[in-house]
Design a protein around this ligand. Sequence first.
Ligand code: GZL
Length: 343
Amino acid sequence: MKKILALVLAVMMMVVAAGCGGGDQAASSGSGSGAASSGGKQITMGFSQIGAESEWRTANTESIKQAAQDAGVNLQFSDAQQKQENQIKAIRSFIAQGVDIIAFVPIVETGWDTVLKEAKDANIPVIVVDRDVKLADDSLYVAKIGTDSLTEGKNVFKWIDEYMTKENKKPRDGGSQYNVVILEGTVGSSVAIRRNEGFKDAMAASPNAGKYNILASQTGEFTRQKGQEVMESFLKSYGDKIDVLYAHNDDMALGAIQAIEAAGMKPGKDITIISVDGVKGIFQAMIEGKSNCTVECNPLQGPLLMETAKKILNGEKVEKLVYVDEGIFPADVAEKTLPERKY
Ligand code: GZL
């Protein structure tokens, strides 16, 4: 009798243990509306994020983590600390783990062919998120979800040209041209390349092209700190000659605003400021009259990423390239818009 009881107890303990400790120890396993499955198995996604360099990036990460949770996707999340080699290592570890799908934000646009070929050879589909990759063979990724940096750059110039004309601004050096300084994003990133390209293409196409002179253009690495440092150097070199600051993201513009004030000038008045992203911090600066416009770049790509991943794993056809919606927000709408902003 005692032996039967001991056996029953042992079997019961085994059943309980399997229920509590099983499953992946993932960064965030699926819950929400029930685990997303592919062929009955919970989907595991390996995601390589570039880092946490800006308010925008933080919002992008939060959107992806929340969407994975809501979709019941088991997300293996890796932060590359701004290093491409860390992203390549992370993608290789996802391949070794045998995840169902890989998604990543390419910090720069080149250098991905080898590792994406390894993913393809392992039959793991890849989704490119936010930024672009430049590959010899575009079949190495299934879909790109992101933002249109070229159009953002064009929108920046078009808004500046309308504003300087409407406000009848006079060049501060008394000459015939508006002097523009540019704080660029990460060197080699598709975003920095395209945001400059778009700005220059729109300028070249404008009848007012001769009114603008790009005085200086240098990377501020998308960070507030570096944006402040580079703006300090621009001010030392060109001081009261600068009419316009174009910053490739709001964080660098916010750093530059601090440098402009420290130099005794009025940001948003002495120097017209436009940047890209649309984060809450720049709306606050516009309400305070310290910046003039932000061109939106939408980081809330998580839900579309999870929906696309599920379709791919269910064998459905997906668009090769999908852009998220983006707007333009001048200072005069900042106060009424800020309460609606989600990032
Ligand atoms: C744009 C994104 C850029 C943002 C920056 O799509 O890759 O990276 O503009 C972020 O704020 O650092």
